[in-house]
Design a protein around this ligand. Structure first.
Ligand code: SF4
Length: 428
């Protein structure tokens, strides 16, 4: 399998792009984690991976989206974006996740990428704006990987994303990116309506056949102004996705990303561990993209280094969350976020201004934390990589206590959906 993966990387992508990714994302990315660990030992903090939503606008209206896509357009302008990236690079960071809205609607996006040839960007996109011309520009730049979201079959995609022809346009963007030999990923927010189609060997084989190098399975989180709890996966379905990810990593020549488990299969939250935080379209420094609360901004006078290091709100977020769960706080304990926001006087960072009400309305449910059902990595490469670079960095040992964890599904124990366990098929 490792040989087939290496062969794909060497034969299906532009060698220059591969080298750039290996150096900037691989080597410098590991170095940034190493620096992060050393900072933690000194009692300092700066997240090694930063996500930035550069624009709120989007051409789609996806179900469950938490971004104010229809509000007046708000962008992080080039100067502010460059300053933020420069400050992060000074701390040793080399990787930046770019989100929106739809990032390719930002008129100066390419200028931002071009200003940082020593950094690597992953762009979360619906793919609709990736024409051959855009893909050729990205190839020329060499430091960008598009992560294109596919949310299901044609009918399901159109329904989940708010208009007809969405999947078709996404596939056109994907094909243009592949034609231009970019390192391309496909991500899916897995929910009840797409789990059977996309969490399947058939879909992975198709991605490999097309030339996609990596995929990322998120779990759909029913948050935001129009959340749809009926789409959320129950514990058994989440276990199924986790087993699938572990199996594909060990058997198929495609890289699979997930952000919620360490090498032993223990759940973690990358915001609670401080691995990553998020910059919203107004410049607010938020715990993660779905928690739209902040007390600081990239536009503040202080340096980013001092802001992250001294933010009482973000530190309290990390500690409070880690004390109560290894899972997703917004899914399991939205009440903690309400308390946190009240205690720190955190502002609602949305245009709609209804975040506190949305948190009150969330009906808690289990997230990636499924105690007793941990599924360790089968693949040696992932085991090593996670042991070194993707774990809790001691967060939960320091803060978590089982006694404080409240099982959000405790009141649903009579619901067969949450209790039925089936034996999972393990791929050979
Ligand atoms: S709080 Fe939830 S959505 Fe945010 S990073 Fe943690 S697990 Fe992910």
């Amino acid at each position: 399998m490792y040989f087939r993966m290496a062969k794909r990387l060497l034969t299906e992508t532009d060698k220059r792009l591969l080298w750039k990714a290996t150096w900037t994302l691989g080597f410098k990315g590991l170095l940034s984690v190493h620096k992060h660990k050393r900072r933690l030992k000194r009692g300092e903090f700066f997240p090694p991976f930063l996500y930035m939503s550069v624009i709120n606008s989007c051409n789609l209206r996806c179900q469950g989206c938490w971004v104010d896509v229809a509000a007046k357009q708000q962008r992080i302008e080039v100067d502010a974006a460059n300053r933020t990236i420069d400050e992060a690079k000074k701390m040793g960071n080399a990787f930046f996740g770019i989100l929106g809205g739809e990032p390719f609607m930002h008129k100066d996006l390419m200028k931002i990428f071009a200003a940082h040839p020593d950094a690597y960007f992953q762009v979360f996109t619906n793919g609709h704006f990736i024409t051959d011309e855009v893909a050729a520009q990205l190839r020329e730049l060499g430091n960008v990987t598009p992560l294109i979201s596919v949310e299901g079959s044609e009918i399901i995609s159109d329904e989940r994303r708010g208009r007809a022809g969405v999947l078709n346009d996404t596939m056109k963007g994907l094909e243009a990116a592949l034609r231009n030999k970019l390192m391309v990923g496909v991500c899916t927010s897995v929910c009840k309506s797409n789990i059977d189609d996309l969490v399947s060997e058939r879909w992975i084989d198709r991605l490999i056949e097309m030339g996609v190098m990596y995929c990322w399975f998120h779990i759909y989180r029913p948050v935001g102004p129009e959340s749809n709890p009926d789409l959320a996966l129950n514990s058994e379905e989440q276990r199924r996705v986790r087993q699938f990810v572990v199996d594909i990593r060990a058997t198929k020549p495609i890289i699979v990303i997930d952000a919620y488990h360490d090498d032993a299969g223990n759940a973690l939250c990358p915001a609670a561990t401080g691995f990553t935080h998020h910059v919203g379209p107004w410049g607010d420094l938020e715990p993660c993209p779905v928690i739209q609360l902040a007390t600081e901004s990239i536009h503040d006078k202080r340096s980013l280094k001092d802001t992250f290091n001294e933010s009482a709100f973000l530190r309290d977020f990390r500690e409070l969350t880690a004390q109560h769960t290894r899972g997703c706080v917004i899914m399991e304990r939205p009440d903690l976020l309400i308390d946190l926001a009240n205690r720190h006087g955190a502002r609602d960072t949305t245009a709609r201004g209804s975040v506190m009400k949305e948190l009150e309305d969330i009906s808690p449910r289990r997230s990636q934390f499924q105690p007793g059902d941990e599924i360790p990595e089968r693949s040696l490469a992932y085991r090593w990589a996670k042991k070194y670079a993707f774990n809790d960095f001691g967060t939960y040992t320091q803060h978590f206590s089982e006694d404080r964890w409240k099982d959000p599904d405790a009141n649903r124990t009579n619901d067969p959906e949450t209790t039925d366990k089936t034996s999972l098929p393990v791929l050979k």
